[in-house]
Write a protein that binds this ligand. Structure first.
Ligand code: GLU
Length: 306
């Protein structure tokens, strides 16, 4: 009886807390903005760590010696690469991809050293050896391939636009003329939106979260980057932000690594393929990106290496 009563009390308290959260959400309290993505589903995911993994690669050998693999990740992309500021833990689809690769290379999640690397710093971080692998919404393109190699693509995104819920004029890239659009230094969608044909007034910041804050504060009219990233922000700011229009660029995501390490490139590609084939990839998708409303899509065919 006593138990029942306290359970009932707990339910009332929980309901009150939920109501309070809901109200806070509607009023746009600061607490609501800082709420992390729901990635509770990722707790059930785990990958068998390979014993005696062998890869003919200097980067792999150095990581093995050190007992840790250093992975560059994003920290401000809910459901893709996100760091909880209180627990310091990273979560999201790219983080799961990283854990799958690490496991096949013989590294447990505890043996991953995460480093947050913003878009504009990726090629330098990889080529200087600050990170062994870069896994963060990283579009494979010829320009970047002059400096680094990729394994992939493991996912296909496309540039889109994030606007405030009450926005009426912006419906796609052809409607941003004279509008203030924010994007990120060193990212492909920034290059895209700066094209004279769009006529947008572009502001360039270094973090996505800063662009989103400016959108919420009415300092800019839209944020442009990959749809997968924007869907995460829209889900985090339900009732305030929405994604509009069709994707207007191709953004195939790859794992970045030092140039010329063919052994590592093949090992990373093999790892991703193995986890696509055994169902881990789809489960990881559903526990992360799937929660932001993105429909599951079958992974694209690998180009690097074929
Ligand atoms: N995928 C695009 C890029 O690699 C945009 C996302 C990002 O900045 O990471 O530039």
């Amino acid at each position: 009886m006593k138990l029942r009563k306290s359970a009932a009390t707990a339910a009332v308290v929980a309901a009150l807390a939920l109501t309070a959260t809901a109200c806070g959400g509607k009023e746009g309290s600061a607490g609501d903005k800082q709420k992390g993505p729901d990635t509770s589903g990722t707790k059930a995911l785990s990958y068998d760590v390979k014993k005696d993994a062998k890869v003919d690669s200097p980067v792999f050998e150095a990581a093995k010696k050190r007992g840790k693999i250093v992975i560059g990740a994003k920290a401000d992309q809910p459901f893709l690469g996100f760091q909880d500021q209180s627990t310091k833990e990273y979560s999201g689809f790219d983080i799961e991809i990283a854990k799958m690769i690490a496991a096949d290379l013989g590294f447990s999640p505890k043996q991953i050293e995460w480093k947050t690397v913003d878009s504009g710093a990726r090629e330098t971080a990889v080529s200087k050896g600050d990170v062994d692998l870069m896994i963060g919404t990283y579009t494979m393109n010829d320009e970047r391939k002059k400096q680094i190699d990729f394994a992939g693509p493991y996912f296909h995104a496309g540039a889109s636009l994030l606007v405030r819920k009450d926005e009426k004029d912006i419906k796609g890239p052809e409607t941003v003329r004279d509008k203030k659009v924010c994007s990120i230094v060193g990212s492909t969608p920034l290059q895209n939106i700066k094209k004279p044909k769009y006529g947008a007034k572009v502001s360039e910041l270094s973090k996505y979260s800063e662009c989103v804050a400016q959108l919420l504060n009415n300092q800019v009219d839209a944020v442009t980057t990959d749809d997968a990233i924007l869907m995460g922000y829209a889900a985090q700011n339900e009732g305030k932000l929405k994604v509009v229009g069709e994707p207007f660029s191709d953004e195939p995501y790859g794992v970045g690594m030092k140039k010329g390490d063919a052994g590592l490139q093949k090992a990373v590609a093999d790892a991703i393929k193995a986890h696509q084939d055994n169902g881990d990839y789809k489960k990881a998708y559903e526990a992360t990106l799937g929660k932001s409303g993105s429909d599951y899509q079958d992974p694209p065919a690998f180009t690097d290496p074929k």
